[in-house]
Design a protein around this ligand. Structure first.
Ligand code: NCD
Length: 327
């Protein structure tokens, strides 16, 4: 992988994404062994800076780094100098002085990992920045869909929920469209970011990727959930991000669940056997019904499991590892 940082998938080529997915398969083989630890990152220090709540992503990066034999240090906002008002610039200087080889950063401000990456010679991986991007989540979604359905290109991906506040939706749209799938983003009109579809289409065009898949745009938006579900091979439900929401965007959670919740009846309108995804944490009974979340079409637990292998692949490739099964 010829890049220093992984900040979003908007600048990833299809070949680069394929390289990550292939390496993820190799890492899955490592994880199936009785002893899961392999040596490629021995002697490297990875600093996990999580300045916003996280369980899955933080633990998953930590396990990934440890499985590759790296030393891992965790920093969170509470209990660190950030609480005392340390700026991002100071934090960056400290990370540099401590000799971190790689930094994983989650931050409430969109763009924070970019600012750090510019200053730091170490690799920076974005673990979620504000409403903006969450590239390793999108990579694990891609891997999960490829494992379940065999291929990504030509598939139709419906992403339903609070698209406005979702870094998961943005990165997933970039990732799936770059790999030749068509993405339909669906939300109530107040939670649909105007212009996101045309912005991504322009970006796809700029990197030479098709902007149409079998006659439909590679990325589109709608507030009509029936239209979004029609012919969908994958249905991703998004969490209603109440912590990011101003009053007035939704009448009530009950009303939202009635109009946009992914129930069994609604899921039946997608393709037979459509794969159900959710990045977690879930509000069961709001954006997704419990029987859908835990039903046979759900790949939600696989997403979490695959997250470790995907992050191992990203760390390994950024450290100069080569794609392929020889780990
Ligand atoms: C998401 C996040 O934090 O961006 N969760 C995750 O990383 N698995 C989505 C969310 O919080 O809803």
């Amino acid at each position: 992988m010829r890049r220093k940082d992984v900040l979003d998938l908007d600048d990833f080529s299809p070949d680069e994404i394929r390289e990550v997915l292939e390496t993820t398969s190799a890492m899955k083989e490592v994880l199936a062994r009785p002893i899961k630890r392999v040596p490629p990152l021995r002697g490297k220090t990875i600093v996990n800076c999580f300045y916003e709540a996280s369980t899955r992503t933080r633990v998953s990066f930590e396990l990934a780094a440890k499985n590759l034999s790296a030393d891992v240090v965790n920093i969170s906002a509470s209990g660190s100098s950030v609480e005392k008002g340390e700026s991002l610039v100071d934090t960056t200087r400290t990370l540099q002085a401590l000799g971190a080889d790689m930094v994983v950063m989650r931050h409430a401000a969109s763009g924070a990992p970019y600012a750090v990456a510019r200053e730091l010679s170490a690799s920076v991986i974005n673990g979620g920045d504000g409403w903006h991007a969450h590239p390793t989540q999108a990579l694990l979604d891609l891997f999960t869909v490829q494992s379940r359905l065999g291929r990504i290109d030509g598939r139709r991906i419906a992403i339903i929920g609070d698209v406005l506040h979702s870094r998961v939706a943005r990165s997933a749209a970039w990732g799936f469209a770059t790999m030749g799938a068509s993405v339909i983003l669906c939300a109530p009109p107040t939670l649909l970011p105007i212009g996101l579809d045309t912005a991504i289409l322009a970006g796809l065009r700029a990197k030479g990727v098709a902007t149409e898949v079998a006659g439909t745009p590679a990325v589109a938006m709608t507030h009509d959930i029936d239209a979004a579900l029609r012919d969908a091979d994958v249905v991703m439900a998004l969490r209603v991000q109440r912590e990011r929401m101003d009053a007035g965007l939704l009448p009530s959670l009950r009303e939202y669940a009635r109009a946009y919740g992914l129930t069994r009846e609604r899921l039946a309108r997608a393709r037979f056997g459509a794969v159900v995804l959710h990045p977690g944490p879930m509000n069961e009974g709001v954006e997704i019904a419990p029987d859908v979340a835990h039903g046979s079409q759900s790949a939600i637990e696989e997403q979490v499991t695959n997250g470790v292998a995907v992050r191992m692949a990203v760390l390994y490739l950024l450290a100069g590892g080569r794609a392929g099964p020889a780990v």
